[in-house]
Design a protein around this ligand. Structure first.
Ligand SMILES: [Zn+2]
Length: 205
């Protein structure tokens, strides 16, 4: 089965592979660019999405997804988050996760999509975990994370080979930004220690 054509236009639902999808709305790429990309980089999204992007609904499993289904890369996040204040500093799930991790001593922690390190700074200060790793795309943020003393890699999770197996992998509102979700789940399984935890908090859309 083939989920996408060569332009990442979905042929099938990215989750259940059904072809039973209907278009809910169509957005003009140039219009959306105003909200996502600053300054004179606005044409960038047109290059990767084409003239329009559709919101589609899978009538089989209920997933709503953007079509084309293009996950952001280093270039996208460096442009979209050129202003570091755009990353949220507070999230309720940070608190819940810190509570969950509070009795885990000498364990390793990886956050995928750390932004400016709002969560990892707290984890570093409050937890007794060892070996904190970060994956982050944005040029600005990778510098901030490294200045904090965090082992931060500007890499895609699917191509990342961590120096060790990881006990706890967190991603806060990140999974819904990724393509090939089934490969991400397989990679999580491969990267985690036996009995390790993957913690994710996708928004309820
Ligand atoms: Zn589906």
């Amino acid at each position: 089965m083939k989920k996408f054509n060569k332009n990442r236009r979905c042929i099938e639902c990215p989750l259940c592979n059904s072809k039973n999808n209907k278009t809910i709305s169509i957005f003009n790429t140039e219009f959306i660019s105003k909200f996502l990309i600053a300054g004179n980089e606005k044409k960038y999204l047109k290059n990767i999405w084409g003239d329009c992007i559709k919101k589609e609904l899978c009538e089989n499993c209920g997933l709503m997804f953007a079509n084309p289904f293009v996950p952001g890369d280093k270039e996208y996040y460096s442009k979209a988050y050129s202003d570091e204040k755009l990353y949220p500093a507070k999230r309720w799930e940070f608190k819940e996760t810190l509570k969950f991790l509070s009795d885990k001593k000498n364990e390793s922690l990886l956050e995928i999509g750390s932004g400016n390190g709002a969560f990892l700074k707290k984890a570093k200060d409050l937890l007794k975990v060892n070996n904190i790793f970060s994956l982050e795309y944005s040029n600005n943020s990778i510098k901030i994370l490294r200045d904090m003393g965090i082992n931060a890699y500007q890499q895609d999770f699917l191509n990342f080979t961590p120096p060790q197996k990881i006990h706890n992998i967190c991603m806060f509102q990140v999974l819904e930004h990724m393509g090939d979700i089934d490969l991400v789940i397989k990679k999580l399984h491969k990267t985690l220690e036996k009995n390790g935890f993957g913690i994710d908090s996708p928004p309820n859309t």
